[in-house]
Design a protein. Structure first.
Lengths: 265, 515
């Protein structure tokens, strides 16, 4: 007699914990019942992100790099599971390599993006990149794993906290990634993953006054209304591509701070 | 009525002196007599001659290297005495359209494909001509904008020229600015600038745009178009190809037309946060690149170990420079409790020595308020401060009869919730608040939707660096304030906008990348 397998309950990942939608709703995707996040879930996720962001940003760059590298280790350990939830092993391996690639940027960004400025006066003047704060990401529908990794890692490595909405049609890879995040050393709340309807969640995140930047690359349909909503608190709007890898992707979620100090005896 | 309170403050600053300040003024007089200053010395002004400036009766738009005649005009005035200076065109959407066409033609017709080294030489020429004609520009800037000649001569003009010089050098080095990216110009840039640093803001906008190979349609502020219009003569002398820079004048309607024009590829705006948000909404969905340099409510934080006299100079420079018409003005002063009383006493005493008056007088420290509308806004907010319960101090001074003036003002006993501690006043008005610990200073300083700039005063190096890290602002001045340089990136966090002007970072808004 074959054994009946135990099926997984697919939940949201908010503040380091797995929870059902407070609305009690689910929707069916990839043959599973997946939590359908509500406006309140989105707001809770932003709150969790805000609460976790300062500590994540103030960790040393070396530490952030190691934590993200550890995430790659966690995904590597589950290659087979991930491969079933996306286009296959190749997508998983590219995702892992991309995580490792970005992990290595944590302690190099200020050297590439900042520097000292030669001002005409007796001042020492330098510019450093800093995280913009809380970043919302609408992940592209395809590829379900690599697309999410491509969009979440750049804000993350820069010291931001992220609220990401998974691929609407294929959310299972995101939930699997949440399990990887939960068992890695990424602090709870630094990455929050929501599953549900983009059309429902996108306006909530885009108009949220405590979200500093939004990546609407994965928004379905017309993004102009989202861009309009983003103006309420002068949000940074990024149109992220699903498969790209560059330090400039990180820079899009960074602020530049310039400090002046007199030099003298 | 809010305006009524402001009126009284303006005409009779004494009406607002707090009880104890009478004694303080008397003390000042006594100090003066001790050092042997005769009480009956009359002030001798040192006016800069305005003969060097020739203002036309009427200005059109500078489009495609020629002057277009405006259908409708308005009057631009000198805020120091409300003297009418010239009739200025109110550009219609059709006028803006002509300017955009001229810019597009110039872009396609050689400017964008000109070798960077040649573009550089035009910008170097412009920098040199500005240096050569700086006196003329400084006088015109002070006349039309109301800022002290001392500032336009020593700050605005040298910095404007330096900005062109700096970006000139980038024009043929762009491929070194962004590793592993292939830069190309964006196209036609629509640029809208404010009235507080009219020529300097023009330089901040035009220099990087041209260095990167773009062409420009620029709209100066409604109240201060004259230096931008005189700048067209610099372009003529530099023999800049026609259409590379086009200047259209007018009020907000002209700005809207420029932002809405479908053949503009990039919008750069410096101004208020409200207008910035409106522009961000307008640009939504169009794919236009956008940078916003918006308002501020900067915290200037003084610790108990700071060099107090230097700090007082920095505070005064922070909020009374350019009549406080500065987006990064240090309008919220946070003083560590243990030095609150001596610092405020020194500050008020220093205030009494500021010379307020004719912008063209070389002795003037604080000039005229830029416009009647801005004066009304300042009065209204100052009245709200009094109403909400803050204590006001204004030094005794005699203001000119005509023109727009506001006495440098210090509010003490200010709560964080007061409008004067929350809203950008854009005038010579300082709110003083206190703190005990560095953590408290950071929390209060960051308690604003703005994030443009901040100041820190302490002798302790480690604390400076810690504070600089904690403050959510794009520019942090430590033991100094209001310093600017073309090589130093400037721009805000949060609702103070996005994008940087100055430095290598200031190139990015004017470039696209093939990757």
């Amino acid at each position: 007699m074959t054994r009946l397998p135990v099926k997984k309950t697919y939940k949201l990942y908010i503040g380091g914990g797995f929870s059902r939608s407070e609305s009690g709703r689910t929707y069916e995707a990839e043959g599973q019942n997946v939590a359908r996040a509500s406006r309140k879930d989105a707001r809770d996720a932003v709150r969790a992100a805000r609460g976790a962001q300062t500590k994540w940003a103030s960790a040393t760059a070396y530490n952030r790099g190691q934590v993200l590298y550890r995430l790659a280790e966690m995904v590597e350990a589950r290659v087979a599971e991930f491969a079933e939830l996306c286009s296959g092993r190749d997508e998983v391996e590219r995702s892992i390599d991309r995580i490792v690639w970005y992990a290595g940027w944590a302690d190099k960004l200020p050297q590439v993006l900042g520097g000292s400025n030669p001002v005409a006066g007796p001042y020492f003047n330098f510019t450093v990149p800093e995280p913009t704060g809380v970043v919302a990401v609408l992940a592209p529908d395809e590829p379900p794993l690599l697309g999410l990794v491509t969009r979440v890692l750049p804000p993350l490595v820069g010291g931001n906290a992220v609220v990401a909405v998974a691929s609407e049609a294929r959310p299972l890879a995101a939930i699997e990634l949440a399990e990887g995040l939960a068992t890695s050393d990424v602090p709870g709340g630094v990455v929050n993953l929501l599953t549900g309807r983009h059309a429902e969640l996108a306006p909530v995140l885009t108009s949220h006054m405590d979200v500093n930047a939004i990546d609407i690359g994965g928004a379905n349909g017309d993004a102009s209304e989202l861009e309009r909503l983003a103006a309420d608190n002068v949000k940074r709007v990024v149109h992220g591509r699903a498969d790209v890898q560059s330090p400039w992707e990180i820079a899009a979620f960074l602020e530049l701070k310039t400090v002046w100090h007199p030099m003298g005896q | 009525m809010g305006g009524g309170l402001g009126d009284r403050a303006l005409r009779s600053p004494h009406a607002f002196l707090r009880d104890k300040s009478g004694a303080r003024v008397a003390e000042l007089d006594k100090t003066h007599s001790e050092v042997g200053v005769p009480g009956d010395w009359t002030y001798a002004s040192a006016p800069e001659s305005r003969d060097i400036v020739h203002i036309r009766d009427r200005y059109g738009y500078y489009v495609g290297g020629e002057w277009l005649e405006p259908a409708e005009t308005y009057e631009t005035i000198a805020p120091r005495d409300e003297e009418p200076l010239a009739a200025i065109g109110q550009a219609t959407p059709e006028d803006v359209g002509r300017a955009v066409v001229a810019a597009r033609e110039a872009f396609a017709d050689g400017w964008s494909s000109l070798p960077g080294s040649e573009r550089a030489k035009y910008l170097f020429r412009i920098a040199r001509i500005l240096q050569e004609r700086s006196r003329e520009f400084a006088v015109l800037e002070s006349l039309n904008g109301g800022k002290p000649i001392k500032e336009s001569r020593d700050v605005d003009l040298p910095l404007a020229a330096a900005h062109f010089f700096y970006y000139a050098g980038w024009a043929d080095k762009l491929e070194y600015a962004f590793p592993n990216r292939r830069p190309r110009p964006v196209g036609v840039a629509g640029q809208i600038i404010p009235w507080n640093f009219p020529l300097l803001m023009l330089a901040w906008k035009i220099a990087p745009a041209l260095a990167c190979g773009n062409t420009v349609v620029l709209k100066p502020a409604e109240t201060t178009p004259l230096t931008a219009l005189l700048f067209c003569d610099v372009l003529r002398q530099a023999e800049l190809p026609a259409g590379v820079v086009n200047i259209v004048t007018g009020d907000g309607r002209t700005g809207v037309a420029l932002v809405e024009h479908e053949d503009v590829d990039k919008i750069a705006f410096t101004g208020s946060t409200d207008v910035g948000k409106a522009i961000q909404r307008q640009v939504a969905g169009t794919g236009k690149k956008l940078t916003l340099e918006l308002g501020g409510k900067a915290a200037n934080i003084v610790f108990d170990d700071a060099a107090l006299d230097q700090a007082v100079e920095g505070i005064v420079n922070g909020i009374y420079f350019n009549q406080g018409h500065v987006c990064c003005a240090g309008s919220r002063l946070f003083v560590q409790e243990s030095i609150y009383e001596p610092l405020v006493a020194k500050l008020e005493r220093r205030l009494a020595t500021l010379r307020i008056g004719d912008p063209l007088d070389k002795n003037t420290d604080v000039g005229a308020i830029n416009s009647a509308a801005q004066l009304e806004k300042i009065r209204e907010l100052v009245a709200s401060g009094v109403e909400e319960g803050a204590e006001i101090y204004q030094p005794p001074c005699i203001l000119p009869e005509k023109g727009y003036w506001f006495v440098p003002t210090v509010f003490t006993n200010v709560a964080q919730s007061y409008r004067i501690a929350q809203e950008e006043i854009f005038g010579p008005v300082l709110s003083v608040l206190t703190f005990r610990t560095p953590e408290e200073a950071v929390e209060k300083a960051n308690n604003t939707p703005y994030g443009l700039s901040a100041g820190v005063w302490t002798e302790k190096g480690s604390r400076i660096l810690w504070m600089a890290q904690q403050l959510r602002a794009g520019v942090v001045w430590a033991n100094t304030y209001n310093r600017f340089d073309p090589g130093s990136p400037f721009g805000g966090y949060k609702e103070s906008g996005f994008g940087r002007e100055g430095g290598r970072h200031g190139l990015e808004p004017y470039l696209e990348f093939d990757e």
